[in-house]
Design a protein around this ligand. Sequence first.
Ligand code: NDP
Length: 247
Amino acid sequence: MFNYSAPADLLLGRVILVTGAGDGIGKACALSCAAHGATVVLLGRTLSKLEAVYDEIEAAGHPQPAICPLNLETAVEKDYNDLADQLFDTFGKLDGLVHNAAQLGPRTLIDNVKNEAWLELMQVNVNAPFFLSKAMFPLLRAAPDASVVFLSSTVGRKARAYWGPYAVTKFAIEGLMQVMADEQDGTSEIRVNSVNPGATRTAMRKAAYPAEEPEKNPVPADIMPVFLYLLGPDSKHINGQALDARG
Ligand code: NDP
């Protein structure tokens, strides 16, 4: 695993938005950020799942989170701008933005990928992180040292047959990360990096590898050190890096 041991108050006073916060790696990230002192904005498409995470954070006595139900497939510019306005009114800044939500889509020969499926994956996995980043930039600039984290994949760094639009979207995410990172010119303190979680025991992994024994992969909570590192002040000098949760 990525070698980082986070102090309990690492994220105290920070506001961190996590997409896909209702399940899998996003849920673990939201819980872990809250446990380290952050106020977490839980964005996702299934309200009941977001509410369950909210309740878990509240019951543990961590800072009260906020819930933002949003389907990234259908969200339009106004939704992102409204969210930015709400966050400005409530918090005045955003210290962390974790682009975690993604869909797997069809895994088949490129010849067989339906155009609609291609467009859906592009919308959720690439366009939405772009729209959301754009809307959040003023809030990120209002924070003293904001961190943007994109979720990548092994097939987003070296493509593999049959991984179709999913692999292509993860390459695009690495590209967006690099462009955004390179545009940080020192006038504001925003860093932008990507994380490849590696095989992790979630619903997406199960869908991709139905015959695999789930126990052979770490649970999402096990891969949190790299996220805590990137979202906390110890990574202030890290920008434009493609990191691995497994170290
Ligand atoms: P899961 O499928 O377990 O969780 C994905 C989360 O994203 C869910 O909460 C889901 O919401 C949300 N989401 C999906 N589509 C939308 C949408 N249209 N609008 C809003 N929210 C949406 O995935 P993982 O936790 O496994 O994956 C998290 C990230 O890590 C992804 O970017 C994935 O590509 C990446 N990754 C994962 C690996 C693994 O082994 N697990 C390996 C490599 C990369 P809902 O719960 O409502 O479905």
